[in-house]
Design a protein around this ligand. Sequence first.
Ligand code: MG
Length: 450
Amino acid sequence: MLARSLPLALALLSPTAASAQRPPNVVIVFTDDQGYGDLSCFGHPTIHTPHLDALARAGTKFTQFYVASPVCSPSRAALLTGCYPKRVGMHKHVIFPQYDYGLHTDEVTIADMLKKRGYATGCFGKWHLGHRPGLLPTDQGFDEFHGVPYSNDMSRVHRKPNAKYPYHMPWMRNREIVEWEPDQRLLTKRATEAAIRFIDAHKDEPFFVYVPHSMPHIPLYASEEFAGTSPRGLYGDVIEEIDASVGDLVATLKRHDLVDDTLFVFTTDNGPWLPFKQNGGTAGPLRGGKGSNWEGGQRVPCIAAWPGHVPADTVCREVVTTMDLLPTIATLTGSELPNRTLDGHDAADLLLGKPGASSPTEQFLYYTSKGKLAGIRRGPWKLVLDGDQLYQLEVDISEKWDRNKVHPDLVKDLRAAAEAQDAEIEAEMRPTRKVAEVLFDPAERRPAPK
Ligand code: MG
């Protein structure tokens, strides 16, 4: 179990003083299918991301930051709960419009945790953790939701008329359908505008703003202002619009003089969708992309800033994962940790740049897009279970040189450790929630009869 340490300053304050001491706001921007190499500050030669680069200069860039799954829904479940997707039963690939389950409402999300601490909480963008009644963001700790319930390719507009899944995608406000098949050129802009309105409305209280953008998930769309502007093509346009969205969010914080009171995190749910060639991104020097357990599928760009707390213009090379965000945010905000087994660790010391701080992750498990144990990382070593391939990531970032024959004992040891931890997770696996009732019929494009 995790040890939890309230920041001393908060712990020592009287209740009155503690409420006067406002905990930091938290903003998490979580893009969809963006590669490790798709930002200028992560080395992209033609995509121009001045706002994200400025965020990195104002804070810390993480070069060994992992998501817990190479696909959308399981990765989102892990970010919001601090658990491996398998622990919360969300490991079996993504949620399609016809599915009847989602993340269980007994799970405690970052939004639940911060709401209990007195935060206003909003989700703006793509949810993808269940869309039947009782499974939406407003059932999982968010006061407000504006966005789409699942991926932007789960839409008849983008599929042939005889497609296997002839469904439509709605734009929603909380539980209401605002419109069917929203203009996808405006998805990034609309999510950003809703987030800004929320910050404007809640500037006088602590807030948690989660912005899981739909883009750059295929099909790609950019608004008129950005379309056709990047030398990298449409994919570059889309990333540059996301970069501008981050700039608008930071400008909003500045307008309210809240930059120094806000922890701002930028990352993405999984690696780039490589089979789409120029419409997919790049994982830079990493092997593989979305859907794979090579580093390119699960190691993603991450930037965190909180001026005066997170050291400026620094690079953190330690292993950190999206599962660490919940326990870390608990520490930084003085929130009570969920009374459940978590897999993430408190990485506050690393984030705050404490001298000598090191990764709290002893070992990290890789799972396939369908939730099968696929590998383990411990220190510099990664074992890919398929074929017992052993890579020393610190010297072989592209996973080219299998060291299996040189270290047979390490291979055995890592395999045993991976299987033991997976067995423990499986034995304690918690259920998803199934809901028979529907809010809308995605095939017929209408709300369910009352
Ligand atoms: Mg994704």
